[in-house]
Write a protein that binds this ligand. Structure first.
Ligand code: DX5
Ligand code: ZN
Length: 219
């Protein structure tokens, strides 16, 4: 199996010093930078848009893992691709044509991800799994950092891991929400290979970031 990657969510960073925060979490060992984009419509919170992604792009060479919690989503794909997103992940409920949305992301030269809310079944992937580069299982209801991990999502991760292994393509299986040093090993055991962590990455300030990330790897 693939090595576990850690994708700190900058939602938990200090927004007044976001460039420095991205540099600090990069040098602390982050594999990817997870960017949570919320529109106050698809989810009950508003965060950042393509202008901020673009402003952060020169601060790190690590992949930008952009999680779009916005609806509609299609009109914004190009802006996020041009701003420097490497992976663009969408929710199936964000538009009526998920397959087309995935094709558009790939046509923009970016990796495409699909994210499933806690109540959304793995079955939603049946006709698109072979098309995607990443599946993101939400282990909290999207909208806010600092929520508790929902245990039922482990079964979903296990089921999707089996499907990915059956297909035999290097599709990432990412988990997002309530990941800390206790839930990380459970998500990994269920089959996740990318862990998003906001609170657990950024707690304690820059001096703690390297140890925070190491703890999530099981160190
Ligand atoms: C939730 C976001 C997550 C969130 C994770 O809507 O998609 O990425 O920031 O935060 P923690 O790790 O604090 O649960
Ligand atoms: Zn996220």
């Amino acid at each position: 199996s693939q090595p576990v990657r850690i994708a700190p969510s900058i939602l938990s960073a200090d927004f007044a010093r976001l460039g420095e925060e991205v540099r600090a979490i990069d040098s602390a060992g982050a594999d990817w930078i997870h960017v949570d984009v919320m529109d106050g419509h698809f989810v009950p919170n508003i965060t950042i848009g393509p202008a901020v992604v673009k402003a952060l792009r020169p601060h790190t060479a690590k992949p930008f893992d952009v999680h779009l919690m916005i609806s509609p989503v299609d009109p914004y794909l190009e802006a996020f691709a041009e701003a420097g997103a490497d992976i663009i992940t969408v929710h199936p409920e964000a538009g009526p044509h998920l397959h087309r949305t995935i094709q558009r992301i790939k046509a923009l030269g970016r990796k495409a991800g699909v994210s499933l809310n806690p109540a959304t079944p793995a079955k939603m992937l049946d006709y698109v799994l072979e098309e995607v580069d990443l599946v993101l299982v939400m282990s909290v209801n999207p909208g806010f950092g600092g929520q508790s991990f929902i245990d039922s999502q482990l079964r979903k991760i296990e089921a999707i891991r089996k499907q990915i292994d059956r297909i035999g393509k290097p599709i990432h299986l990412e988990v997002d929400g309530g990941i800390d040093r206790d839930t990380a090993p459970r998500a990994i055991a269920a089959g996740a290979d990318v862990l998003v962590a906001g609170t657990a990455s950024f707690r304690g300030g820059p001096d703690a970031y390297a140890a925070n990330i190491e703890a999530l790897r099981g160190g």
